[in-house]
Ligand binder design. Sequence first.
Ligand code: PMP
Length: 427
Amino acid sequence: MFKNYIGPDHIISKKKEYLYPCAHHFYKKPPQFVRGEMQYLYDQEGKQYLDFFAGVSVVNCGHCNPIILEATIQQLKQLQHTTTIYLSQPMVELGEKLASILPGNLKHSFFCCSGSEANEGALLLARLYTGRKSFIALEGSLHGRTHLTMSGTGIDMWRTDPYMDDSFHFIPNIAAFDEEPEKAAKHSIKALKKLLKDKGKDIAAMIIEPIQGNGGIITPPANYFEDIQKLLNKYGILLIVDEVQTGFARTGKMFAIENYNVVPDIMTVAKALGNGIPISAFCTNDTIAAAFNKPSASTLGGNQVACETALAVLDYIEKNRLCLRAEELGKALLNGLLALKDKYPLIKEVRGIGLMLGVELIKKDGTPASEETDTILEILKDNGIILGKNGLNRNVLAFQPSLVITQGDIEKLLSQLDIVLSEVSTN
Ligand code: PMP
């Protein structure tokens, strides 16, 4: 230990005193994490935890990955910050690298610092290009915390502002219908068709997450986004794909939308691009990029340190074949979770792609098992495993580990989960 840690109780009391009441945390008895090492976290007492949430899909390459850290440290020592009014080699190199891995003809990037900021920029770009004001979003979506992105967020608990922007129309996602995904998708598309008929000419863009993360790992069927894009094209409406949570190898492809054979007009990336260093971007093709021509700058966006880190992240993902790893390990985890579903009626559904999986829990009467979800998370944490949770009722266990986990880690998690599920099911 290199610091005198104050411990969880003091942190909680200082949070109450110096932060805002909105700053909630997981767990009745939360640990103070003080160190990270690839797929592991360590608390103030030196206890090790296997991390299956990766700081909400951020550290895809592992905590404090030494190879990536080396690039960050080198750049920190050499030049930390100049801002975009000066020429920066790391920023253009990252733009070039991203262009080589982005789907289809996406080529131009504007760098900023958070997912919210990237989505805000994407929405602005859509307005600039189309000259139209309105947007479409899906219920159950999460796009950010700024005014416009919060207004486009379809989860009540994250819609804090009492004066939301009125630019958004929401259509039901597949989870709004208690039916098979294919049938639910048809209902969702029908709602979109109706909206487009009424308002299509005023709409600049539709923003979607390929897999809704916070909404509960909602994973649409194969043709859903292709069908959406065909409809949008008829009205000259752009498709913005928010890859903030799904991007960078998590779903077995570099970007989750590649699982759906769709090339968006605009794509946003954040979280895992920096593996823990703040960086985000909104990316588009030549034609749309040309509409963003008035001066615009982000003071810290595209900062040298963030860009050098992101370049090292992308290199690490490719050299270590993390897409393939996520696909293969994802299959093993999915199969294990499906076997647990057969065993425990508490599990309603297992869904997701690659290493972005969700397990929805319900009580015997079919209502959301939100308290049971919390209990499972708490016991697993006590046993040294960190899982996430999400969903509109916070009853979906979220499995979004670093992509450097091993088959052994998955086996450990599944056997622990089996034990905890049997305990919770009998209570
Ligand atoms: N989009 C998605 C899909 C997200 O999951 C999040 C955050 N969880 C955001 C946008 C907002 O990102 P940030 O917190 O970096 O602003």
